[in-house]
Design a binder for this molecule. Structure first.
Ligand code: ZN
Length: 108
């Protein structure tokens, strides 16, 4: 059986910042799989002594958005951060000059 790559996994690189909708947290990609990414989550232990450990988690491509690329065209050049929605995303210079209705839908 051939493993098909999830469309959203195109262009995701190790080190990219991704947001998980179900977990509502951000993380950095540590490894990339055909339909998921491995991220390292800082977990605070409240047992003595308090400490933060990094735990690997697998996030499904369906549940995440890659915040390191332009949300509309997926490019990595001339991108800047938009924070007005509460979830920061990045948009490139070309897409930011387009009116909303001319933008491609967010990469899904
Ligand atoms: Zn763009």
């Amino acid at each position: 059986m051939k493993i098909r790559q999830h469309p959203r996994m195109r262009g995701i690189l190790v080190g990219d910042e991704v947001y998980s909708y179900p977990h509502k947290i951000f993380a950095r990609v540590a490894d990339v799989f055909p339909a998921a990414v491995c991220v390292k989550i800082g977990i605070l232990s409240i047992d003595e002594p308090m400490e933060i450990t990094l735990a690997p988690q697998l996030w499904r491509a369906d549940d995440i958005e890659n915040l390191s690329v332009c949300r509309y065209c997926g490019c990595r050049e001339n991108i800047h951060t938009v924070t007005e929605t509460g979830i920061p995303f990045r948009i490139c210079a070309t897409c930011s000059t387009l009116p909303d209705e001319a933008k491609a839908p967010p990469v899904a």
